[in-house]
Design a protein around this ligand. Structure first.
Ligand SMILES: Nc1ncnc2c1ncn2[C@@H]1O[C@H](COP(=O)(O)OP(=O)(O)O)[C@@H](O)[C@H]1O
Ligand SMILES: [Mg+2]
Length: 239
Protein backbone atom coordinates (compact mmCIF):
# COMPACT_ATOMS: atom_id res chain seq x y z
CA UNK A 1 0.00 0.00 0.00
CA UNK A 2 1.32 3.38 -0.99
CA UNK A 3 0.26 6.98 -0.42
CA UNK A 4 1.20 10.24 1.30
CA UNK A 5 0.84 10.82 5.02
CA UNK A 6 -2.83 11.01 5.84
CA UNK A 7 -3.85 9.15 2.66
CA UNK A 8 -5.65 6.47 4.67
CA UNK A 9 -3.22 3.52 4.63
CA UNK A 10 -3.17 2.90 8.37
CA UNK A 11 -6.92 3.53 8.53
CA UNK A 12 -7.54 0.77 6.00
CA UNK A 13 -5.30 -1.58 7.98
CA UNK A 14 -7.25 -0.73 11.16
CA UNK A 15 -10.57 -1.29 9.38
CA UNK A 16 -9.40 -4.69 8.18
CA UNK A 17 -8.30 -5.63 11.71
CA UNK A 18 -11.50 -4.26 13.25
CA UNK A 19 -9.87 -1.47 15.32
CA UNK A 20 -12.03 1.02 13.39
CA UNK A 21 -15.59 0.60 12.17
CA UNK A 22 -16.46 1.24 8.52
CA UNK A 23 -19.36 3.62 7.76
CA UNK A 24 -20.17 1.78 4.55
CA UNK A 25 -19.14 -1.21 2.46
CA UNK A 26 -17.99 -4.73 3.28
CA UNK A 27 -14.65 -6.25 4.24
CA UNK A 28 -14.11 -9.75 2.90
CA UNK A 29 -11.30 -12.18 3.59
CA UNK A 30 -10.93 -14.92 0.99
CA UNK A 31 -14.49 -14.19 -0.16
CA UNK A 32 -16.12 -14.27 3.27
CA UNK A 33 -17.60 -11.11 4.80
CA UNK A 34 -15.80 -10.57 8.12
CA UNK A 35 -17.73 -7.43 9.12
CA UNK A 36 -19.49 -9.33 11.93
CA UNK A 37 -16.26 -10.80 13.35
CA UNK A 38 -14.77 -9.36 16.54
CA UNK A 39 -11.22 -7.97 16.76
CA UNK A 40 -10.19 -11.19 18.49
CA UNK A 41 -11.68 -13.42 15.79
CA UNK A 42 -10.04 -11.33 13.07
CA UNK A 43 -6.68 -11.39 14.86
CA UNK A 44 -6.57 -15.16 14.43
CA UNK A 45 -6.63 -14.70 10.66
CA UNK A 46 -5.12 -11.26 10.16
CA UNK A 47 -1.98 -10.06 11.96
CA UNK A 48 -1.06 -6.39 12.20
CA UNK A 49 2.60 -5.51 12.75
CA UNK A 50 3.12 -1.94 13.94
CA UNK A 51 5.98 0.15 12.66
CA UNK A 52 7.87 0.28 15.94
CA UNK A 53 8.47 -3.11 17.59
CA UNK A 54 9.13 -1.39 20.92
CA UNK A 55 5.45 -0.39 20.98
CA UNK A 56 4.32 -3.98 20.50
CA UNK A 57 6.60 -5.96 22.80
CA UNK A 58 5.39 -6.25 26.38
CA UNK A 59 7.33 -9.21 27.84
CA UNK A 60 11.01 -9.23 28.86
CA UNK A 61 11.69 -12.70 27.41
CA UNK A 62 11.43 -13.67 23.74
CA UNK A 63 9.73 -16.96 24.52
CA UNK A 64 7.02 -15.32 26.67
CA UNK A 65 6.39 -12.61 24.10
CA UNK A 66 5.82 -15.14 21.33
CA UNK A 67 3.73 -17.48 23.49
CA UNK A 68 1.51 -14.69 24.82
CA UNK A 69 -1.17 -14.78 22.13
CA UNK A 70 -1.70 -18.51 22.70
CA UNK A 71 -2.36 -18.29 26.43
CA UNK A 72 -6.02 -17.38 26.03
CA UNK A 73 -6.71 -19.94 23.31
CA UNK A 74 -7.20 -23.11 25.37
CA UNK A 75 -4.12 -24.93 24.04
CA UNK A 76 -2.30 -27.32 26.34
CA UNK A 77 1.18 -26.35 27.56
CA UNK A 78 2.65 -29.05 25.34
CA UNK A 79 0.82 -27.78 22.23
CA UNK A 80 1.90 -24.23 22.99
CA UNK A 81 5.54 -25.27 23.38
CA UNK A 82 5.46 -27.06 20.05
CA UNK A 83 3.83 -24.10 18.28
CA UNK A 84 6.21 -21.52 19.79
CA UNK A 85 9.27 -23.62 18.87
CA UNK A 86 8.04 -24.07 15.32
CA UNK A 87 7.36 -20.32 14.99
CA UNK A 88 10.75 -19.33 16.42
CA UNK A 89 12.37 -21.63 13.85
CA UNK A 90 10.40 -20.02 10.98
CA UNK A 91 11.55 -16.61 12.20
CA UNK A 92 15.19 -17.58 12.70
CA UNK A 93 14.90 -16.87 16.42
CA UNK A 94 15.17 -20.41 17.78
CA UNK A 95 18.82 -20.02 18.88
CA UNK A 96 17.74 -16.96 20.90
CA UNK A 97 14.71 -18.58 22.52
CA UNK A 98 16.02 -18.13 26.08
CA UNK A 99 17.29 -14.61 25.50
CA UNK A 100 15.80 -11.39 26.84
CA UNK A 101 14.22 -9.15 24.20
CA UNK A 102 16.53 -6.32 25.30
CA UNK A 103 19.57 -8.15 23.90
CA UNK A 104 18.21 -8.02 20.34
CA UNK A 105 18.78 -5.56 17.49
CA UNK A 106 15.88 -3.54 16.06
CA UNK A 107 15.52 -5.96 13.15
CA UNK A 108 15.50 -8.97 15.48
CA UNK A 109 12.87 -7.30 17.66
CA UNK A 110 10.82 -6.81 14.53
CA UNK A 111 11.07 -10.54 13.96
CA UNK A 112 9.88 -11.14 17.51
CA UNK A 113 6.76 -9.05 16.86
CA UNK A 114 6.18 -10.92 13.60
CA UNK A 115 6.67 -14.23 15.48
CA UNK A 116 4.12 -13.10 18.09
CA UNK A 117 1.62 -12.81 15.27
CA UNK A 118 2.67 -15.82 13.20
CA UNK A 119 2.29 -18.04 16.24
CA UNK A 120 -1.48 -17.69 15.72
CA UNK A 121 -1.07 -18.92 12.14
CA UNK A 122 -2.92 -16.04 10.44
CA UNK A 123 -3.76 -16.16 6.73
CA UNK A 124 -2.57 -12.61 6.23
CA UNK A 125 -0.06 -10.25 7.82
CA UNK A 126 -0.19 -6.47 7.45
CA UNK A 127 3.07 -4.63 8.12
CA UNK A 128 3.23 -0.88 8.60
CA UNK A 129 6.53 0.33 7.10
CA UNK A 130 8.50 -2.82 7.94
CA UNK A 131 11.81 -1.45 6.70
CA UNK A 132 11.61 2.20 7.78
CA UNK A 133 14.77 3.35 9.53
CA UNK A 134 16.71 0.18 8.68
CA UNK A 135 20.14 0.13 7.08
CA UNK A 136 20.53 -1.83 3.86
CA UNK A 137 21.71 -4.99 5.58
CA UNK A 138 18.73 -5.17 7.97
CA UNK A 139 16.36 -4.04 5.27
CA UNK A 140 17.44 -6.97 3.10
CA UNK A 141 17.24 -9.33 6.05
CA UNK A 142 13.65 -8.33 6.87
CA UNK A 143 12.53 -8.40 3.23
CA UNK A 144 14.09 -11.79 2.49
CA UNK A 145 12.40 -13.11 5.61
CA UNK A 146 9.00 -11.78 4.47
CA UNK A 147 9.60 -13.22 1.02
CA UNK A 148 10.25 -16.64 2.55
CA UNK A 149 7.06 -16.37 4.64
CA UNK A 150 5.12 -15.48 1.52
CA UNK A 151 6.54 -18.52 -0.26
CA UNK A 152 5.24 -20.62 2.66
CA UNK A 153 1.71 -19.44 1.96
CA UNK A 154 1.27 -16.38 4.19
CA UNK A 155 -0.25 -13.36 2.43
CA UNK A 156 1.86 -10.27 3.08
CA UNK A 157 0.50 -6.71 2.87
CA UNK A 158 2.97 -3.88 3.37
CA UNK A 159 2.71 -0.15 3.81
CA UNK A 160 5.82 1.51 2.42
CA UNK A 161 7.30 4.55 0.65
CA UNK A 162 10.27 2.71 -0.70
CA UNK A 163 10.59 2.47 -4.48
CA UNK A 164 13.38 -0.09 -4.32
CA UNK A 165 11.27 -2.35 -2.13
CA UNK A 166 8.32 -1.99 -4.45
CA UNK A 167 10.39 -2.83 -7.52
CA UNK A 168 12.08 -5.82 -6.01
CA UNK A 169 9.39 -7.36 -3.86
CA UNK A 170 5.82 -6.36 -4.65
CA UNK A 171 3.83 -7.70 -7.59
CA UNK A 172 0.71 -5.69 -6.68
CA UNK A 173 0.59 -2.01 -5.77
CA UNK A 174 -2.36 -0.20 -4.19
CA UNK A 175 -2.13 3.60 -4.16
CA UNK A 176 -4.20 5.82 -1.85
CA UNK A 177 -4.78 9.54 -1.89
CA UNK A 178 -6.98 11.52 0.51
CA UNK A 179 -8.84 8.48 1.78
CA UNK A 180 -9.56 7.12 -1.68
CA UNK A 181 -8.21 4.31 -3.78
CA UNK A 182 -6.28 5.78 -6.68
CA UNK A 183 -4.84 2.67 -8.31
CA UNK A 184 -4.71 -1.09 -7.87
CA UNK A 185 -2.07 -2.19 -10.33
CA UNK A 186 1.45 -3.54 -10.80
CA UNK A 187 4.58 -1.95 -9.32
CA UNK A 188 5.96 -1.40 -12.83
CA UNK A 189 2.85 0.50 -13.87
CA UNK A 190 3.07 2.86 -10.89
CA UNK A 191 6.76 3.53 -11.51
CA UNK A 192 6.13 4.43 -15.12
CA UNK A 193 3.45 6.95 -14.18
CA UNK A 194 5.06 10.12 -12.71
CA UNK A 195 1.70 11.34 -11.40
CA UNK A 196 1.15 8.09 -9.48
CA UNK A 197 4.74 8.14 -8.18
CA UNK A 198 4.07 11.64 -6.86
CA UNK A 199 0.75 10.75 -5.28
CA UNK A 200 2.05 7.46 -3.91
CA UNK A 201 4.79 9.54 -2.24
CA UNK A 202 7.43 7.07 -3.30
CA UNK A 203 10.94 7.86 -2.21
CA UNK A 204 13.65 7.82 -4.83
CA UNK A 205 16.24 5.19 -3.94
CA UNK A 206 19.86 6.12 -3.31
CA UNK A 207 20.74 4.00 -6.36
CA UNK A 208 18.57 6.24 -8.50
CA UNK A 209 20.20 9.36 -7.07
CA UNK A 210 23.64 7.83 -7.65
CA UNK A 211 22.91 6.89 -11.25
CA UNK A 212 21.59 10.40 -11.97
CA UNK A 213 24.73 11.93 -10.45
CA UNK A 214 26.91 9.64 -12.59
CA UNK A 215 25.00 10.39 -15.75
CA UNK A 216 23.60 6.86 -16.19
CA UNK A 217 21.14 7.06 -19.07
CA UNK A 218 18.49 4.70 -17.76
CA UNK A 219 18.48 4.85 -13.93
CA UNK A 220 15.55 2.47 -13.64
CA UNK A 221 17.36 -0.19 -15.65
CA UNK A 222 20.51 0.43 -13.61
CA UNK A 223 18.56 -0.07 -10.38
CA UNK A 224 16.97 -3.26 -11.71
CA UNK A 225 20.33 -4.66 -12.73
CA UNK A 226 21.90 -3.76 -9.43
CA UNK A 227 19.11 -5.57 -7.60
CA UNK A 228 19.40 -8.63 -9.86
CA UNK A 229 23.18 -8.70 -9.42
CA UNK A 230 22.90 -8.41 -5.69
CA UNK A 231 20.26 -11.09 -5.45
CA UNK A 232 22.42 -13.50 -7.47
CA UNK A 233 25.41 -12.63 -5.27
CA UNK A 234 23.37 -13.34 -2.13
CA UNK A 235 22.18 -16.68 -3.51
CA UNK A 236 25.79 -17.67 -4.31
CA UNK A 237 26.81 -16.83 -0.75
CA UNK A 238 23.93 -18.80 0.72
CA UNK A 239 24.18 -21.66 -1.72
N1 LIG B 1 -11.63 6.79 3.79
C1 LIG B 1 -11.58 7.65 4.83
N2 LIG B 1 -12.69 8.22 5.28
C2 LIG B 1 -12.64 9.10 6.33
N3 LIG B 1 -11.53 9.44 6.97
C3 LIG B 1 -10.37 8.90 6.57
C4 LIG B 1 -10.33 7.98 5.47
N4 LIG B 1 -9.03 7.62 5.29
C5 LIG B 1 -8.32 8.28 6.21
N5 LIG B 1 -9.11 9.05 6.99
C6 LIG B 1 -8.65 9.92 8.09
O1 LIG B 1 -7.43 10.53 7.72
C7 LIG B 1 -6.49 10.53 8.78
C8 LIG B 1 -5.14 9.97 8.34
O2 LIG B 1 -5.29 8.64 7.89
P1 LIG B 1 -4.18 7.53 8.09
O3 LIG B 1 -4.83 6.24 7.77
O4 LIG B 1 -3.53 7.66 9.42
O5 LIG B 1 -3.14 7.91 6.97
P2 LIG B 1 -1.77 7.21 6.54
O6 LIG B 1 -1.57 6.00 7.36
O7 LIG B 1 -1.91 6.93 5.09
O8 LIG B 1 -0.71 8.26 6.79
C9 LIG B 1 -7.10 9.70 9.90
O9 LIG B 1 -7.39 10.57 10.97
C10 LIG B 1 -8.36 9.09 9.32
O10 LIG B 1 -9.40 9.17 10.26
MG1 LIG C 1 -0.01 5.51 8.71
Amino acid sequence: MFGKNGAGKSTLAKLICGFEKPTAGRICLAGRDISGDTIKERAQRIGYVMQNPNQMISKPLIWDEVEMALLAGGMSAEERKERVEETLKICGLYPFRKWPVSALSFGQKKRVTIAGILVQRPQMIILDEPTAGQDYHHYTEIMEFLKALNAQGFTIVMITHDMHLMLEYTPRAIVFSEGELLADTTAAHVLNDPDLVERANLKETSLYTLSMACGVEDPQEFTKRFIAYEEAHRKRQEG
